[in-house]
Design a protein around this ligand. Sequence first.
Ligand code: CP
Length: 312
Amino acid sequence: MTFNRHHLLGMEGLTQEEIETILTSAESLKEISFRDIKKVPTLRGKTVVNFFHEPSTRTRTSFEIAAKRLSADTVSLSANTSSLVKGETLVDTARNLEAMNPDVIVIRHSMAGAPHLLSRIVKPSIINAGDGMHEHPTQALLDLLTIREKKGRIAGLQVAIVGDIAHSRVARSNILGLKTMGAHVMVAGPPTMIPPFIESMGVSVTYHLQEAVVWADVIMMLRVQLERQKQMLFPSLREYSRFFGLNMKIMNKAKRDVIIMHPGPINRGVEIDPEVADGPFSVILDQVTNGVAIRMALLYLLLGGKKGEMAY
Ligand code: CP
């Protein structure tokens, strides 16, 4: 077991051994969430601040639940209820949080690099919960855990990531993590949503959904992020859905043991039809369950498990 980091800023730079350590720790910690008393004393006396500058349902809630299941104290701060609205800078906010001596600051911010900036100026461990269009490492880790759980391995699998690759921090983190773990990755979407030179990340590209669906052991659908687009990258949502929406008709071309993933929130009827999102191939809610386990593992490894002992 090797994990000797103070921060978790991205999938970039994480070794295969470090990812293995996080996944194995999460697998071990997961059963705590299914006990009658869902709490262990492992992080008693530690304080976790959740600082979310952008909306979140899954990431924020699961960090809070993860910390509480390990008996850490938690505080939540959002942009519109903090003094950021009065003009306080991110750096001043972080320094003021640090002055209250928390052990971890979990940050989601619309600015790429915000967690990296904080990691250079404050002492607590920083966890990146999504920074602009850059990275969302805990999402990639929970996706890797879900793939390993459902398929028994990651290495050698064929994973198709479909949709708005250009605006997606989930796609970037997943490509980095999947490649490190030995998977083959294909990205699919309209040309306007595929960034140039994406092949340099070791992925193949298709502009045809069917090609990706036929090829894949795992299909990871992405949300169309209208809020991040400066201009419409396709004529209409209806047009997008027609060519890149995952529906039952195209699912008939998929492998019979394929799994369908989506980080959420879902635009039902746009990138994925309800029958697919709620159907037998979908592992979307398993991803959410695994989000708690992954975040427990990260808090544990960053705060309590640096020597690799599993004392909980
Ligand atoms: N997957 C994800 O990041 O969801 P939230 O925005 O709800 O946290």
